[in-house]
Design a protein around this ligand. Structure first.
Ligand code: PEP
Length: 251
């Protein structure tokens, strides 16, 4: 199972900047990336094709999208379908990112619809889950993760290809705040996510990757990556500069 280093660029970068950063990153890690690692860039919709083009021929690089709508096509003004993402070179997409849940009002049910539809359409999915600070303080970590995981995976086939389903544990209080979850907190949450995956998918759950996300930086990446049940990282702020992200990927 390859460790996955995913760069969530959120709503940043013009097509020119995205192409330039992707090419610079590929150059920085070329020939140095460990064989058991792969890198994914998730730019805005408008930069998907330029980034895919800039990464053409770069070994171990993937392109992902940050969002999509769970329909093939139709009267859904402003939305984009999984088929359209595949068409421009994306092979993965996020679902359930905390900014979509808590800023844009996406429900557990919608996250579930998207996850199943994306997988059925041929995309790989990174399903993000994580608790808010007040939920952690109220001792609700496991109940929140369980609710989000069960709803997110409700309609996913039990024989789904484990390489195409990735979970990301992202405590909301650690996203973009500079606060990183401690080793103990990450270990506990990831062990819980793994147990849930085993309960739902059985043996193939051991081949599903669980990423950590929340203020990952070059100086904490190697420690986080070495933890049990941590199969990669999902990085926001520190993925925007090629040099900074390359130090995470090569950590
Ligand atoms: C994210 O957006 O998924 C994220 C983890 O952001 P940051 O690394 O900036 O905390």
């Amino acid at each position: 199972m390859k460790k996955l280093f995913a760069a969530n660029w959120k709503m940043h970068k013009t097509t020119f900047e995205a192409r330039q950063t992707a090419a610079e990153l590929a150059g920085l890690v070329s020939g140095k990336l460990k064989a058991d690692r792969e890198v994914m860039i998730l730019p805005t919709f408008t930069a998907l094709a330029p980034v895919a083009e800039a990464l053409r021929g770069a070994a171990s690089f993937l392109v992902g999208a940050q969002n999509f709508y769970p329909q093939k096509q139709g009267a859904f003004t402003g939305e984009i379908s999984p088929g359209m993402l595949l068409d421009v070179g994306a092979s993965f997409a996020l679902t359930g990112h905390s900014e979509r849940r808590h800023v844009l009002g996406e429900t557990d049910a919608m996250v579930g619809l998207k996850t199943a539809f994306g997988l059925e359409s041929g995309l790989g999915i990174i399903l993000c889950v994580g608790e808010k600070l007040e939920e952690r303080k109220a001792d609700e970590l496991e109940s929140v993760l369980e609710r989000q995981i069960r709803a997110g995976l409700r309609d996913v086939a039990v024989d789904v290809d484990p390489q195409r389903l990735v979970l990301a544990y992202e405590p909301v209080w650690a996203i973009g705040t500079g606060l990183v979850a401690g080793a103990k907190e990450i270990l506990e949450a990831h062990a819980f996510v793994r147990r849930m995956l085993v309960e739902i998918f059985g043996l193939s759950a051991s081949q599903m990757r669980i990423l950590y996300g929340g203020s990952v930086k070059p100086d904490n990446a190697s420690e986080i990556i070495a933890l049990d049940n941590v199969d990669g990282v999902l990085v926001g702020g520190a993925s925007l500069k090629a040099d900074e992200f390359s130090r995470i990927v090569l950590a």
